[in-house]
Design a protein around this ligand. Sequence first.
Ligand code: G16
Ligand code: MG
Length: 217
Amino acid sequence: RLEAVIFDLDGVITDTAEYHYLAWLALADGLGVPFSREKNERLKGVSRMESLDIVLEDSGLSLPEAEKQRLAEQKNDHYREMIGRITPEDLLPGIPELLDSLRERGILLGLASASLNAPQILERLGAARWFQAIADPAGLRKGKPDPEIFLQAAELLGVTPGHCIGVEDAAAGIAAIKAAGMKAVGIGSAAQLGTADLLVPGPSGLSVEKLMELIQL
Ligand code: G16
Ligand code: MG
């Protein structure tokens, strides 16, 4: 029986990737380091400090830890300025209907986002009311593809992973869900998310019925 659905945030509930892109681009420009949309793709689902390492990888710069912390903070300040303008209009199409109908069936909802800003983003979206648990990425030892964040969300919800579905837009996220022993739903293309148990181009392609079919226990 399906007991809980655990969602990623960026790329699944809303599209914050564009704001991450603009904030990293401004930082890279300031440092004279090239940054592209292609590179931004590699930052999806990746933690802030790991993202900075990717942004700086071809720069030839080797910065002390304190300077890296300062740059990450600078990027985050700019990013937070942009996400302050998020409204419920920024929920991806299909999400309000899907979350409503899952809740009507008594299915629990959890969030497994790598973003330390996730609670504020949910508030801005008016989406916090749907979720019974939000995993805290700050306390994690390992990021996706490690299953830790999905397991933490399941534990907070008090459900067994075998009765959970995880929804992700990044390959590392799908790997994390599978490693947690959950069924994986991919939002995106087969080229990147081929190992998902169910694949749809966007969240509007999902329904409670489709999700319930994945777990027939
Ligand atoms: C999101 C984004 C990543 C970002 C990460 C950390 O992950 O996809 O690009 O680097 O969060 O964000 P922050 O700097 O706000 O802590 P997810 O897991 O929601 O897809
Ligand atoms: Mg994502």
